[in-house]
Design a protein around this ligand. Sequence first.
Ligand SMILES: [Zn+2]
Length: 77
Amino acid sequence: MLVGMVEELHPQCSAKGCRASAAWQLLWNNPKLHTPEYRKTWLACDEHRLSLGAFLEARSFLKEVTPFVSSEDAGVS
Ligand SMILES: [Zn+2]
């Protein structure tokens, strides 16, 4: 019942200009910038999972895509 007050904690898609809720997390690593075990995380909505993933994959940065589950968000539309 209190979730309406925590808007900045509501995880959003990382795509530019997209304010959709995140449904996926893309874990990636740029070997020029990061140590091999480091994972940078982008959040993506259903729509942008493929385009963000393709961007990372084209650069061989993409390591893993996993469903993003935020239990706090249950009931928020
Ligand atoms: Zn999006």
